[in-house]
Design a protein around this ligand. Structure first.
Ligand code: GTP
Ligand code: MG
Length: 236
């Protein structure tokens, strides 16, 4: 299915490590195989989240998930990161050390939905939690908020079961809006230092306003639903 010609689609490899480049050339199928496994793991996680959303739609007449985005890390970024981490450039070490090759971003309606989705996902008996970072309870100094989970999920192939790592980022629409703007600023070159400082301060302020908006909207939703304790889901 995969052949040498596919290499033409792998941008930028020639700029990087010759040895790894050679191992990819020798066995381009393995590289595509690795990426295919990550794509499968991403699909599994996305399906689980869609099932949870569907469950809520049926059971609670609401959708906690606004949208789900998935992405596979580009070969160039994989190699750059492996080099930064000073790990061997082999498939095995990349799979062991890089946790964000497969990424699933879950945009939730309200902050409580984030924690509920994360809890229900992690309670599933084929999901292993590798690492959790709660940047909502503990925002980054720049104002970044999101809940990050590194999980492992099994994918079933012809004769084998492989556990694959997937990075799941859960955030509200407001947190996502903020993160995409901040990301743009971060990657914009040649901003004068003075302007950069001003923007950084404004972004911290925007993150705070976003958090207040999320809290207020959640409060309104709870009042509409007549929830005394603020929890819609019975098992919280
Ligand atoms: P890498 O950044 O992937 O090397 O991982 P890390 O180990 O520092 O992980 P962390 O969980 O802190 O961040 C992982 C991802 O979250 C990033 O790749 C971004 O997608 C997102 N992220 C983290 N911090 C920020 C931030 O300050 N701004 C924005 N826009 N995104 C962020
Ligand atoms: Mg990353």
């Amino acid at each position: 299915m995969f052949n040498q010609n596919n290499l033409g689609n792998i941008n930028g490899f020639e700029l990087f490590d010759d040895e790894f480049m050679e191992s990819i050339r020798d066995n381009v199928g393995s590289f595509h195989g690795l990426m295919a496994r990550y794509r499968c793991a991403m699909m599994e996680v996305e399906t689980k989240l869609k099932v949870l959303n569907e469950h809520c739609s049926f059971e609670y007449e609401r959708n906690p998930i606004e949208s789900i985005k998935t992405r596979l890390k580009k070969p160039r970024s994989i190699i750059e990161k492996a080099k930064r981490m000073e790990i061997p450039l082999t498939y095995e070490s990349i799979e062991t050390h890089l946790a964000d090759i497969a990424g699933v971003r879950v945009i939730c309606s309200f902050p409580a939905d984030i924690y509920q989705m994360a809890q229900w996902l992690l309670e599933q008996d084929d999901i292993r939690l590798v690492r959790e970072k709660d940047y909502i309870k503990h925002p980054k100094p720049n104002g970044y908020r999101s809940l990050h989970l590194i999980i492992e999920i099994p994918i079933f192939l012809q004769n084998e079961k492989r556990w694959m790592k997937v990075e799941v980022q859960l955030r509200t629409i407001a947190m996502d809006f903020w993160a995409s703007l901040e990301h743009k600023v971060h990657y914009k070159q040649n901003i004068p230092p003075e302007l950069e400082r001003e923007i950084a301060e404004d972004l911290i302020q925007c993150a705070q306003i976003g958090a207040e908006l999320d809290a207020k909207m959640e409060n309104i939703k709870n009042r509409i639903l007549g929830l005394e304790n603020g929890h819609l889901y019975q098992d919280l």
